[in-house]
Design a protein around this ligand. Structure first.
Ligand code: GDG
Length: 462
């Protein structure tokens, strides 16, 4: 049995909706960050198995891989619909991304969200030992700590929100917001990406819920719960991404891409197909660039990689149709027999290839309307050739813009501004590109993903 009491000696228990099992490639920065943390310290990863079953939810699967154990549960069709497609992705996701117009609230979905969280708590409590540290991730699992506390779990529990947190004025548009958001106080530590998100949380607790800010910086709720909210900007595995990119030449696919460009400058975008990523606005801006700069015709190519996600939610099917139409329209307007202005690809690619694609691009175009952080912006920078780096055009509304001040920062809704920035990026002299790249790389080397998780876990242990 592990030692009882709080401290750094117990296991780490990571909880997230999706779990990257040992036989799956860890896609995305979060999965690989969590896997590394668990391998270092030993522990358990708990979450949904990825299986929608015909039976009732809750069947538990356990497997080991070295010092890491994986425990996952299946969800029934009905629970998955209400919890994941429903409340998490049709209510919370748009709200957290400043899109009240897309919020679809349904009591039945909220009931399903609470039901699945309570099932998670029920299954998880049997696996938690005294002294373990529990790290819950993301908006799918906001009330989990409160439900664990109801079951007498008094371990350290931390929460990290991977999305932005909008201001109180927006949060209160959510029906029964208090019931849901006040449960955040059951965590010992709530981590957010940026100081702006942290301020939003504090304002909501102080002005809407009547909490007080203590002198040690922690919040105290009316009911007497004390917890801390703090910004921890997530990073990437900078040396690993840079190393992979420097070997890009070894991949046949990278040669093929470079050859197909025939010396044209490449602009690249890589995003899950999601309305928060500002893809239609980005396509408009590229079209505007072509319209105002005839000298660039046949000299540039824009590659947008956009793997579909959340196909069960209608808005995601709609944006896919819109983008197909727009790409077709722009190519129809400008294409020549030997030039396709937009290459629009609905596939996903392994990270080894992605970093090679990034490195082949003169411009990284990352223009979300809102984004908690945006790891693609960081991966693009880390993948560049130090001798001949590309330029990052970045939305001010990505969390990453708080750190990457040497990107060309734009408002994605301002078509003209984005088109102008693209023009500047495409003609930026080598010396300026190197200078900007070096300053951004300094940030990425210092604040990488290892620093991120260590900072969070250290704070949680205090
Ligand atoms: C959420 C928040 C926050 C993309 N295409 C492929 C692929 N990716 C990888 C990228 C990157 C990850 O997925 C995407 O991360 P982002 O941060 O850009 O965006 P979200 O998926 O929306 O992530 C975001 C993040 O959580 C972490 O807290 O930054 O704000 O929304 O790593 O490389 N990976 C593979 N093939 C692809 O085609 N393998």
């Amino acid at each position: 049995m592990p030692a009882s009491g709080h401290g750094e000696h117990g296991r780490l228990i990571v909880v997230s909706n999706r779990v990257a099992l040992p036989d799956q490639t860890a896609t995305g920065g979060l999965a690989s960050a969590m896997r590394a943390a668990l391998q270092e310290r030993g522990g358990l990863w708990f979450g949904w198995s990825g299986t929608v079953s015909r039976q009732a939810s809750g069947e538990l699967h356990r497997q080991h891989d070295g010092v890491v154990e994986y425990a996952t549960i299946d969800l029934s069709r009905n629970d998955h619909n209400d919890f994941y497609d429903g409340f998490a992705n049709r209510t919370l996701w748009p709200l957290l991304h400043y899109r009240p117009d897309l919020v679809d609230y349904d009591r039945k979905h909220l009931a399903g969200y609470l039901r699945v969280n309570s099932l998670f708590a029920e299954r998880l409590m049997a696996l938690v030992h005294p002294g373990d540290t529990v790290w819950v991730n993301d908006y799918h699992l906001i009330p989990l700590a409160a439900m664990l506390r109801q079951r007498s779990i008094d371990n350290r529990i931390g929460f990290f929100l991977h999305t932005p947190l909008p201001a109180a004025g927006l949060l209160i548009a959510l029906p029964r917001h208090r019931e849901l958001l006040e449960t955040l106080s059951s965590y010992d530590l709530v981590g957010l990406h940026t100081p702006r998100d942290r301020r939003a949380l504090e304002e909501y607790f102080v002005h809407e819920l009547g909490s007080t800010m203590r002198r040690d910086g922690r919040l105290r709720t009316e009911a007497g719960r004390v917890f801390r909210a703090e910004a921890f900007p997530i990073g990437i595995d900078t040396p690993r991404v840079a190393e992979a990119a420097s070997h890009a030449d070894e991949h046949e696919e990278i040669h093929q891409l470079r050859q197909s460009l025939q010396g044209r400058a490449l602009i690249i975008g890589v995003d899950r197909l999601d309305y928060s990523k500002g893809l239609p606005e980005r396509f408009h801006a590229y079209a505007r660039l072509l319209e105002r700069s005839p000298q660039l015709h046949r000299k540039v190519s824009f590659l947008q990689i956009a793997p579909p996600s959340r196909g069960g939610v209608p808005e995601y099917r709609q944006i896919r149709r819109d983008l197909e139409r727009m790409a077709g329209h722009i190519n129809g307007m400008y294409a020549a027999p030997d030039w396709v202005p937009i290459r629009y690809v609905n596939n996903s690619f392994p990270h080894s290839l992605l970093s090679g694609y990034y490195r082949s691009a003169r411009v990284g175009l990352v223009t979300p309307l809102r984004d908690g952080m945006n790891l693609v912006a960081k991966e693009y920078v880390a993948s560049q050739d130090p001798e001949d780096p590309g330029v990052l055009v970045l939305s001010r509304f990505a969390g990453a813009a708080q750190e990457l001040r040497d990107a060309l920062l734009v408002n994605p809704a301002d078509t003209e501004e984005v088109a102008e920035a693209l023009g500047i990026a495409l003609t930026m002299p080598l010396q300026e590109r190197r200078l900007r790249w070096r300053r951004m790389m300094d940030v990425l080397e210092k604040q990488d993903v290892t620093a991120w998780r260590n900072a969070f876990l250290r704070r949680l242990a205090q």
